[in-house]
Write a protein that binds this ligand. Structure first.
Ligand SMILES: Nc1ncnc2c1ncn2[C@@H]1O[C@H](COP(=O)(O)OP(=O)(O)OP(=O)(O)O)[C@@H](O)[C@H]1O
Length: 454
């Protein structure tokens, strides 16, 4: 994505010179000849950075006043002052008022390009640091070598560069946001912002302000998520919860890539890739009249499914290792070794809260395990709800039903659950299951047949 640079100078020659140099370097440019035009251009769409003449002769506001107006609304927008010889002091005071840097006329093309590149890079780094602070520190990559995870990585690789809209479908905590982030990072928009808006967490009354921003007398102006995401990706989490009214407006944005801020009259032009997600069945929401079918088709050009953790249990040991390392790095807690019995239980649990729940449990284990850091974590140290209760069923359910059966039947129920869980844990591989449970492969086959499995 080309950056969008606004050049503000009263001298047409300078405007042309600066934009010509920057255009040649692949930047996108817009120009303004006075303060009104400059503020209108920023108002039309927030640029990536601004080159601003200090004097700005014949304008309502001089350069420093324009700088103040910009900084009031767009704290993070880098502004580089263009200063004439002899007003270096003013340029220095501009830096104190929030300008990123200044260039002195006459300037060399190299210096101009260098300053622009640095200003944009710095703004991008600031944004990334902010995002890292906001987001989970673990959003660094998709872990897992199971078939579903390999397929997920393949599809991400394929669709990331295409710019098409993606709908990510999967239960809560399964990794939908991580998938969206990975998509963004692998796309040509990776240098642009990745903005998240959660439709389930915002009240319907606030939804439009969050999405489109606002410009109302009294309320001031605020940039919304769509504008924030210009040149990058907007991830709309739990899209099914978006109010009907907002759905209509989003549809219009998708059709003509422009929108109006709440209370505003001007059109804002944006270039944003929208990735949305849902944990609900959108077809049912459409059938119930809660979700617009035409919007669904526009948003879901490529649907991607992120399966529940229970469908990829063989990834659990690698995930546990990964989370332990992350948690250890961020908290200083020592990494622990998980015994085979504890891992078996972790792998056979159903994990209704998916990867997030697994991670939380790893963290809890590391905090509560106590004792000797070299001691192995055993099944009895697992939290009760993960199935350390005896006699528990390998699928994580309580063992109450076993208690109501005579031994022979209870053993059968247990064997069935145990073997189903072990087979699933080894990704359906009977040889590995047989080896682990300590049976001959043929004996295991006979046993499975007798129990009616497979
Ligand atoms: N395959 C994976 N490898 C490593 N970490 C993962 C993986 N999947 C999910 N996670 C981690 O699990 C947590 C939950 O994932 P994420 O927030 O992406 O889920 P989600 O589906 O968007 O959840 P929700 O629907 O509740 O918003 C995050 O900390 C994420 O980094």
């Amino acid at each position: 994505m080309a950056a969008d640079i606004l050049i503000v100078d009263d001298e047409a020659d300078i405007r042309e010179l600066v934009s010509g140099i920057l255009d040649d370097e692949g930047f996108g440019t817009r120009t303004a000849g006075n303060s009104d035009e400059a503020l209108a251009a920023i108002q039309a769409r927030r640029p990536s950075m601004v080159f601003l003449d200090i004097w700005l002769q014949g304008s309502k506001l001089d350069g420093l006043q324009v700088l103040d107006a910009i900084k009031q609304e767009h704290q993070e927008l880098p502004v580089v002052m263009i200063s004439g010889h002899g007003n270096i002091e003013t340029a220095v005071s501009a830096i104190r008022r929030g300008a990123y840097d200044f260039i002195e006329k006459p300037f060399k093309a190299d210096r101009l390009v260098l300053v622009a590149t640095r200003a944009i890079e710095t703004a991008q780094l600031k944004r990334e640091v902010k995002q890292l602070k906001q987001s989970n520190p673990q959003a660094s990559g998709i872990v897992g070598r199971s078939t579903p995870m390999n397929q997920l990585r393949q599809i991400i690789e394929k669709v990331a560069p295409t710019n098409s809209r993606i709908m990510i479908i999967g239960p809560s905590g399964a990794g939908k946001e991580l998938t969206a982030r990975t998509l963004h990072t692998a796309s040509e928009r990776a240098q642009g912002p990745f903005v998240v808006i959660n439709a389930a967490a915002i009240t319907p009354e606030h939804m439009e302000i969050e999405l489109f921003g606002v410009e109302q007398a009294g309320e001031g102006r605020r940039v919304g998520a769509l504008e924030e995401a210009h040149g990058g990706t907007l991830f709309i989490d739990e899209i099914a919860d978006m109010p009907r009214e907002t759905q209509n407006k989003i549809l219009r944005v998708l059709v003509d890539q422009t929108f109006q801020r709440v209370g505003g009259i001007n059109k804002v032009n944006v270039d944003v890739r929208i990735v949305s997600s849902t944990s609900r069945n959108l077809e049912a929401a459409i059938a119930a009249g809660q979700f617009r079918e035409d919007l669904y088709h526009r948003l879901s050009v490529v649907p991607i499914r992120v399966p529940p953790l229970a469908e990829r249990r063989e990834d659990i040991p690698e995930m546990v290792e990964h989370f332990m390392e992350q948690i250890s790095n961020s908290t200083g807690l020592p990494r622990r070794r998980i015994g085979e019995d504890a891992m078996a239980i972790l792998q056979s649990h159903d994990w209704p809260g998916n990867v997030r729940q697994l991670r939380n449990n790893v963290e809890r284990l590391m905090i509560l395990a106590g004792g000797d850091a070299d001691a192995v974590i055993t099944a009895s140290m697992l939290p009760q709800d993960v199935g350390s209760m005896v006699p528990a069923m390998p699928n994580g359910n309580g063992g109450e039903q076993l208690m109501g059966l005579p031994l022979r039947e209870a053993r059968e129920v247990f064997e069935r659950e145990y073997l189903v869980a072990q087979i699933s844990r080894f990704g359906g591989n009977i040889s590995r299951t047989a080896e682990f449970v300590g049976m001959e492969r043929s004996a295991l086959h006979r046993k499975l047949k007798a129990l009616g499995i497979g």
